[in-house]
Design a protein. Structure first.
Length: 334
């Protein structure tokens, strides 16, 4: 299953592992890349030497292409420079204008991806020189740029920027989702929530257990977990923090139940209620009440498997779906 995305980025399969802050790490990125997809690191908040260290740790685990995501809500020129010095082949930008940094990324030898939430944003990104557009639907887990669902967004973006490759993001967690993305004109799928249920992902076991038990109705789109990243809507698993806030009448920041309370401790410090923070494996405390990022594709996540196995499974299932549709001799609704 090879597409224009594969040819452009030098990968074998049209699957990109979403750069989930806190959960993405060298082990996960390398596993996805070694399986033929594109593994991604989320390094937007790392000190410069930590950026270098994460890249080198990933490079020690794979000789295949991988990428680094940088959130443009914060200055990223110095982190980008480190990425390019270390030879990162793919740079992904999110939540901001890629124009000021795209030329530098290209000069450093990297291909550039940019996440958008509308056809207008996609046209701007391509005009700025972006090589691949990621169309993120409202169903996505974690921080969500717009309010349009994946199904209507992807074809609108594809039509707006063709022949630039488009990657579909939001609610895709299995082979059916990948096949649907390709049918909409995308050249690949950006998958996050499914890769949380892997031994490589850097999340707490309680977080993973809640994800595995989640239905398609288990997530909420909110701006509640805003500590550290204000005014940035996101999708999380509904939990006791959200329910207590809703029961209190959805008060504004500063008046919310338990505001400032430390929920869990980690080697890097405490996780406070309403913080934009991913509970890692070393966290100790009330994990359920923290920000547990997940997309609406959570209902398709029922088992924990190695990341490489998930990549192969998604592609094989997508191929079966496409073959099955091609093999119909009568209309499906006849």
């Amino acid at each position: 299953m090879r597409t224009a995305l594969c040819d452009l980025l030098g990968i074998e399969l049209p699957i990109v592992q979403a750069p989930m802050g806190g959960a993405a790490n060298p082990a996960l990125a390398a596993a996805v890349s070694n399986a033929g997809g594109l593994g991604m690191l989320a390094l937007s908040w790392h000190p410069l030497e930590a950026v270098r260290g994460e890249i080198r740790a990933t490079r020690a685990l794979t000789e295949k292409p991988f990428g680094v995501n940088l959130v443009l809500e914060w200055p990223q020129a110095e982190r980008l420079a480190v990425c390019l010095e270390e030879g990162v082949p793919v740079i992904s930008f999110f939540w901001g204008d890629p124009a000021p940094l795209t030329a530098s990324a290209h000069a450093g030898g990297a291909k550039v991806m940019c996440t958008v939430a509308s056809a207008e944003q996609a046209r701007h990104a391509v005009a700025a020189g972006v090589d691949v557009v990621v169309a993120q639907g409202w169903e996505a887990g974690g921080h969500v740029l717009g309010e349009v669902a994946t199904l209507p967004l992807v074809p609108a973006v594809v039509d707006a920027v063709k022949p630039t490759p488009v990657v579909a993001a939001g609610g895709i967690a299995d082979g059916r989702g990948l096949a649907a993305a390709l049918a909409l004109g995308a050249a690949g799928a950006w998958i996050g929530t499914r890769f949380l249920a892997t031994p490589e992902a850097g999340i707490h076991p309680d977080y993973r257990a809640r994800l595995l038990a989640a239905a398609e109705t288990a997530t909420v789109h909110t701006s509640l977990f805003d500590g550290g990243w204000p005014n940035a809507p996101h999708r999380v698993l509904r939990n006791s923090t959200y329910d207590a806030w809703a029961a209190a009448g959805r008060p504004a920041s500063g008046e919310r139940p338990g505001e400032g309370e430390v929920l869990a401790s980690t080697a890097r410090g405490g996780i406070r209620r309403y913080a934009s923070a991913t509970p890692g494996p070393d966290a100790e405390g009330d994990i359920e009440a923290a920000s547990l990022w997940a997309g609406q594709g959570a209902a398709q996540v029922k088992t924990t498997k190695p990341a490489a196995e998930i990549v192969r499974e998604i592609v094989a299932d997508a191929e079966r779906v496409v073959a099955g549709l091609a093999g119909r001799t009568e209309p499906a609704c006849a």
